[in-house]
Design a protein around this ligand. Structure first.
Ligand code: HEM
Length: 238
């Protein structure tokens, strides 16, 4: 599989099969989410729900498995080798763009999971129509603490099991600890957000719009990165 992803791509640029596949899937998923967004604006709750839910799950599955094969950051850590443009362009355009893109990827992944959960928490089926509940949606610190504690316990259990079967490594500890801290941050941010938008419907609309804007910028920054790396300034990779 790793070998297949390293072959020349199918788009006729300097990209590898992996980079082309990733770009194609990013286009497919962004298109799906924009269609889902249009459905929401047209008050087609069911169509919106199914498109967003299946799209987000498929996107998480694709990019997680893809990056596991390709090992995250080939693009980011291959460094100047992979970029054929000038040092100036590399320092002042390419790297800031890639950094923004990677930050948005992390926010995008968190928002995908968050919006799926919020979708289920904020919806109601009324007379066969899927609508957003125009009522308070608030959780207590106690409940959030219990949910966080349970997730952390599962992750610690998983970590100990991995250490027992495959041995200890600092990298493994960092990954699991980083994940637990990230979930802690998300829960704390959610407690602040529910004060700003206590109403279920308003919170879903506001954060849904934010998520859609993140995905659109992700697509633009990703496509620009692809264009710079594999069309305009191809380097030694690809
Ligand atoms: C996963 C990513 C999701 C995003 C980015 C998202 C985004 C949005 C946005 C922006 C709106 C408001 C559109 C507008 O009126 O301007 C909306 C409405 C809505 N969303 Fe989501 N949503 C997501 C997932 C879900 C899920 C999983 C469900 C159900 C479980 C859901 C149920 C609804 C419903 C019922 C509406 C109201 C449609 C109406 O006004 O009739 N959403 N969503």
């Amino acid at each position: 599989m790793a070998e297949f992803l390293k072959q020349s791509g199918f788009l006729g640029t300097h990209a590898t099969m992996g980079a082309d596949l990733s770009q194609l899937m990013a286009t497919v998923f962004t298109t799906l989410f924009v269609i889902g967004w249009i459905h929401a604006r047209q008050r087609k709750g069911h169509a919106h729900h199914w498109l967003m839910l299946s799209g987000m799950i498929a996107m998480l599955a694709f990019f997680t498995s893809y990056y596991l094969f390709r090992s995250l950051g080939v693009l980011a850590f291959e460094g100047k080798e992979g970029f054929g443009g000038s040092q100036e362009l590399y320092n002042h355009v390419f790297i800031p763009l890639l950094t923004l893109h990677i930050c948005l990827v992390i926010i995008g992944i968190v928002m995908a999971v968050y919006m799926i959960v919020l979708g289920f928490r904020s919806q109601a089926i009324v007379e066969g129509r899927r609508i957003l509940r125009n009522e308070l949606l608030q959780t207590s610190w106690g409940k959030v603490g219990k949910i966080f504690g349970s997730i952390a316990a599962v992750l610690i259990g998983l970590f100990l099991w991995r250490v027992a079967t495959a041995g200890f490594s600092v990298r493994k500890l960092e990954v699991y600890l980083g994940f637990i801290i990230l979930i802690g941050i998300v829960f704390s941010v959610e407690m602040a957000i529910q004060r700003i938008w206590p109403n279920a419907e308003r919170r879903h609309r506001a954060l849904g719009l934010f998520t859609m804007i993140v995905y659109c910028i992700l697509f633009v920054t990703g496509t620009t990165t692809y264009t710079m790396l594999y069309i305009l300034y191809p380097g030694k990779i690809g």
